[in-house]
Every structure is written in C-alpha cells, then in structure tokens.
Design a binder for this molecule. Structure first.
Ligand SMILES: *[C@@H]1O[C@H](CO)[C@@H](O)[C@H](O)[C@H]1NC(C)=O
Ligand SMILES: *[C@@H]1O[C@H](CO)[C@@H](O)[C@H](O)[C@H]1NC(C)=O
Ligand SMILES: *[C@@H]1O[C@H](CO)[C@@H](O)[C@H](O)[C@H]1NC(C)=O
Ligand SMILES: *[C@@H]1O[C@H](CO)[C@@H](O)[C@H](O)[C@H]1NC(C)=O
Ligand SMILES: *[C@@H]1O[C@H](CO)[C@@H](O)[C@H](O)[C@H]1NC(C)=O
Ligand SMILES: *[C@@H]1O[C@H](CO)[C@@H](O)[C@H](O)[C@H]1NC(C)=O
Ligand SMILES: *[C@@H]1O[C@H](CO)[C@@H](O)[C@H](O)[C@H]1NC(C)=O
Ligand SMILES: *[C@@H]1O[C@H](CO)[C@@H](O)[C@H](O)[C@H]1NC(C)=O
Ligand SMILES: *[C@@H]1O[C@H](CO)[C@@H](O)[C@H](O)[C@H]1NC(C)=O
Ligand SMILES: *[C@@H]1O[C@H](CO)[C@@H](O)[C@H](O)[C@H]1NC(C)=O
Length: 438
C-alpha cells in the first residue's frame, strides 16, 4: 500500500511500506502530477524516512532554503526536478546525514546577497574561507544532471573593488564519509567550487565546472577542488574551465588521493586511467605547503593521471614555502602521469622557494621535504620558453625526483629546462642542464 501527501507547499513526499515499494519512476510520475489524497492516511516517522520527496521552487522571489533543509532532513531521496530553480538565500547546514540521495535534475541557485553571505557564510579558519553549504555524514549520493549555480558575477565584480571581501565556496563536504558526487554541473562559484574538509572515501565523477566572468573582472580564486585533511578521494572524468587551481591538495594530516578514472581494465586495483580536462586554470597543484609556523603538513600518495591542461598558468606543480618563520612538512609519493598540455606558462614545476626570495631561501631553506616524485609522460606546449622548472630549496630538501618521457616544446625557439638544488633521475634528466646550487 502506498501513502502520499503534501508535506508542505511544493514539497511532495511519498512513502511505501517497505516490502511493497513501487518503482521510482511511478513515484516521480505521481509527484509531478501533484496527486494529493484528500484525506492522507496518518504518517509515521518511519514512513517519511523512507520517502522520496520532490522539491519545487516556491517562486515569487521567495527563499527555498528552509524547505530544502527540511527535505534533506526528513526524506531519504530529495528530487529537485528539471525546470525548477531553487532560490537558496540562507546558508545550508546539511551535516550528519546518513543514506541520502540528492537527485538534482534542476538548479540550486545561491542568491548573491553579498552582505548576507559575507556575514553568515560558514567560516573556515583555514585560509580564511566561508561557504554557502556544508554537506556531511555517511553514504551520500548527489547526482541527477542538474546545476549548482554560485551566481558568481556579482561576487567577481564586488571583489574587484574590495580585495578583502569574503566570498563563499559553493559546496563543502564537511566530515563526510562514503560520498559520491556525479553527473552534475557547477557554474560561477564566487570562490572555490568544492572543498573536501576532513572527508574519507569521496568520489567525484562526471562533474562539469565552469566559471566565466562577463565583465572585465576575473573569476578569481575559483579553484575546482581543494582537498584538506582528507583521505581516499577520487576525482575523475570531469571537465573544468576556471580561474584558479584545477585541483589543489592543501595541507593534510593524512591524504591519499587518486586523481583518476577507473575506466581501464581492472587487472589490478592500482591500474587506473584518468580523464580530467582543465582549461584556463592554475594547474594541478600540491600546496602551497609549510606556510604556517608550528604546523606540519603532509601530502602523500597522490596520483594525477591523464590530464589535459590548456591555456593554464601551471601544469603539474608542487609548491612549498621557505624563508624565516615558516612551517614544515612532507610531500611524498606524488605521481603526475600522462599530461597533455597546451599553451601552459609552466608545464612542470617544483617551487620550494614559494613566495620567498633567493637570499632568504638560501638562508632559511624550506622545512617541507619533497620526496619520491614522478613526472612521467608529459607532453605538449608551453606559452613561453621555459617548459620545466624544478627549483628546490638548498640543503637536499628534494630527493628521488624522477622525470621520464618528456615531449615538451616552446612556441618558438629551443625549450628551456631549469633546475636548482636537486639531483634528477629518469630518461628526461638529460634535458636539464647541470642544476644550479645555491
Ligand atoms: C530569492 O529570495 C530572496 C529572499 O526572499 C529574494 O530577495 C530574492 O529576490 C530571490 N531571488 C530570486 C531570483 O527569486
Ligand atoms: C550544523 O548542524 C548541526 C546539527 O544541528 C550542528 O550540530 C552543527 O553545529 C551545525 N554546524 C554549524 C557549522 O553550524
Ligand atoms: C570588504 O569585505 C570585507 C569582508 O567581507 C567587509 O568586512 C568590508 O566591509 C568590505 N568593504 C567594503 C568597502 O565593502
Ligand atoms: C566508499 O564509498 C562508496 C560509495 O558510497 C561505497 O560503495 C564503498 O563501499 C565505500 N568504500 C569503503 C571502503 O567503505
Ligand atoms: C577530454 O578531452 C579529450 C580530447 O578532446 C576527450 O577525448 C575526452 O573525452 C575529454 N574528457 C572528458 C572528461 O570530457
Ligand atoms: C601511502 O600508501 C602506502 C602504500 O599503500 C601506505 O602504506 C601508506 O600508509 C600510505 N600513506 C598514507 C599517508 O596514507
Ligand atoms: C604511492 O601512491 C599510490 C596512490 O597514489 C599508491 O597506489 C602506491 O602504493 C603508493 N606507493 C608507495 C610506495 O607508498
Ligand atoms: C628577501 O626576503 C627577506 C625576508 O622576507 C627580506 O628581509 C629581504 O628584504 C628580501 N630581499 C630582497 C632582495 O627582496
Ligand atoms: C617511457 O616510454 C616508454 C616507451 O613508450 C615506455 O616503455 C616506458 O615505460 C615509459 N617510462 C615510464 C617511466 O613510464
Ligand atoms: C646530489 O648528489 C650528490 C652525490 O651523491 C650529493 O653530494 C649531493 O648532495 C646531492 N644533491 C642534492 C641536492 O641532493
């Protein structure tokens, strides 16, 4: 027997007794027709917990966030149907969930009320960020082909005249475990698109990210993903066109990230192929690390494979701070493999004197050790003459740096390779001149 009723205006719910659950398509068809029993049977909490709810916009300039929050709390599946644009005007705390499916076919648009969000976005002390939405808990699926619209244009324009403006990250996975985000689009985030904060076993796939400003003001700091203090994160089969890092591995206590796709024959669980196309970004970046005194940063076991990088500032990059009063850390076992680059300012980079001048870097070498790094099969073109720049801090801070199968060219003239304070191994080491020692 089926029960359905009007939970509140615009949100339809339906529940079935567990052993008589009708098909999803039937439920969706019924909800779209807004069938409401005149005298709905009384509902129990258990019924509602098993319900699939369809949430449509209230319209008329009203805020849909309270109803979105209620739906996420009470229904196991929340459908935002095609053609609906939810107006999200207040911050979303959907943490502590379990077994939830957000089937986003329509759009969630974050109303660009700048004074509201800069005062009320959920704050993160790490790099002084705020976010529209914290999503957390266990066993969460977000899919449906719909769109998260950060309505960033107003933010890009406001930031141009206020460089200390706090701009919200679109979606933050906050203390989340076993999460899949797939087949969705994200557009015009005011700041980073995705932050994974203290997450475990998180997969993003089939995600399309686009940040484009229509004014002369850049879509600044629109990182695709920032991974912070998280473990077992997969990002694959996605297309990114943005104005900052495509993916950035921020300092972590424990990180093991596969930036890959799983489409290759699974003869071994570690044979993986990726498929990430990044345009206009600042590259795949590890770091910056070792910035804050007293903090030890770890980034370990990262594989970024099959990446197309176009019109970007960097391709494969590791950056760490040196100089007086900085922090410390370790970057270990990082593989950048099968990168195809086009018009990239710095196709291959280690910068261990990040934001530090040569004198200060020599006097105060980086405390962030970089070891077991593999740059393998890197091809394509740079925008300038230098195609690879591996600048390590003095004091043997970099070790076991492997370069293989490079096929990089400059737009004109001879491609330049530079290195300092590092011994390189691999078949592309001969492309580099004797490394300078500082
Ligand atoms: C969204 O809701 C807010 C608050 O009610 C309202 O000010 C704003 O105009 C709405 N936006 C849209 C596009 O309806
Ligand atoms: C989010 O909501 C949960 C549950 O109500 C609460 O415990 C938590 O403090 C909230 N988080 C934030 C950052 O407000
Ligand atoms: C700039 O943004 C900051 C942080 O959001 C805010 O405190 C400040 O009032 C803004 N300044 C102006 C001139 O709007
Ligand atoms: C990781 O999450 C996925 C999706 O929720 C789940 O199917 C898988 O069992 C989880 N893996 C582990 C090791 O828990
Ligand atoms: C990336 O671009 C290549 C070449 O155009 C294409 O074959 C591949 O499917 C694209 N990947 C994705 C995830 O769209
Ligand atoms: C890195 O991977 C190795 C081999 O699988 C594992 O022993 C090690 O614990 C991992 N490190 C971290 C920080 O997860
Ligand atoms: C290096 O990291 C990869 C995952 O990115 C992992 O499969 C491999 O076991 C790690 N190797 C070592 C020696 O820890
Ligand atoms: C280099 O950096 C140090 C420390 O930040 C600073 O004191 C010094 O003036 C800088 N030197 C130059 C040449 O910029
Ligand atoms: C470099 O390319 C050759 C020829 O394709 C291949 O056999 C070799 O395994 C590659 N080296 C690495 C380190 O991947
Ligand atoms: C490079 O190798 C030489 C010979 O083993 C060693 O003396 C030197 O310290 C190494 N340099 C670095 C930067 O590791």
């Amino acid at each position: 027997m089926m029960l359905y009723g009007d939970l509140y205006n615009g949100l339809m719910w339906h529940a079935s007794l567990q052993n008589m659950r009708p098909t999803t398509s039937l439920l969706l068809a019924l909800s779209t027709l807004h069938i409401v029993f005149a005298n709905p049977p009384s509902r129990t909490v258990q019924d509602v917990e098993h319900a699939s709810c369809t949430l449509k916009a209230l319209g008329s300039g009203r805020d849909d966030s309270p109803r979105f929050l209620t739906a996420m709390q009470t229904c196991s599946t929340v459908v935002v149907p095609t053609g609906t644009t939810l107006n999200i005007s207040a911050r979303l705390n959907t943490t502590g969930l379990s077994n939830k499916h957000l089937n986003l076919q329509g759009t969630m648009r974050f109303d660009p009320n700048i004074p509201y969000w800069s005062a009320n976005g959920f704050p993160f002390t790490f790099q002084t960020q705020i976010t529209f939405w914290i999503l957390g808990g266990r066993n969460i699926l977000v899919d449906g082909g719909g769109t998260l619209d950060g309505a960033g244009q107003a933010w890009y324009d406001a930031f141009a005249s206020n460089s200390s403006l706090l701009r919200p990250i679109t979606m933050t996975l906050f203390q989340a475990t076993n999460v899949v985000v797939q087949n969705i689009k994200m557009v015009n985030s005011p700041e980073w698109f995705n932050l994974v904060n203290e997450g475990k076993n998180i997969t993003f796939s089939g995600v399309t990210l686009t940040a484009a400003s229509t004014s002369s003001h850049r879509a600044a700091n629109t990182d695709g993903w920032d991974i912070y203090r998280s473990d077992q994160v997969v990002i694959r089969d996605s297309v990114i066109d943005n104005g900052d890092d495509c993916v950035s591995f921020k300092p972590s206590k424990l990180v093991s990230v596969l930036l890959t796709s799983l489409t290759e024959p699974k003869d071994s669980t570690n044979v993986l192929v990726s498929n990430l196309n990044c345009t206009g970004s600042h590259g795949i970046s590890v770091g910056s690390l070792g910035q804050f005194a007293g903090i030890f940063d770890i980034v370990e076991n990262v594989t970024a494979v099959n990446i197309r990088m176009s019109n970007a500032q960097n391709g494969a990059r590791i950056k760490a701070w040196a100089g007086p009063g900085v922090g410390s850390g370790i970057v270990k076992n990082i593989t950048f493999k099968n990168f195809i680059e086009s018009n990239v300012d710095n196709p291959v980079v280690i910068d261990q004197c990040y934001m530090t001048n040569a004198t200060a870097c020599a006097q105060f070498p980086s405390n962030t050790f970089i070891q077991d790094i593999f740059f393998t099969s890197i091809s394509g073109t740079s925008s300038g003459s230098t195609v690879a720049k591996l600048a390590c801090s003095p004091g043997a801070r970099c070790s076991d740096i492997n370069v293989n199968n490079f096929s990089l060219s400059a737009p004109s003239g001879t491609a330049k390779y530079t290195c300092q304070n590092v011994n390189l191994t691999g078949n592309a080491a001969s492309l580099f001149p004797a490394c300078t020692v500082t």
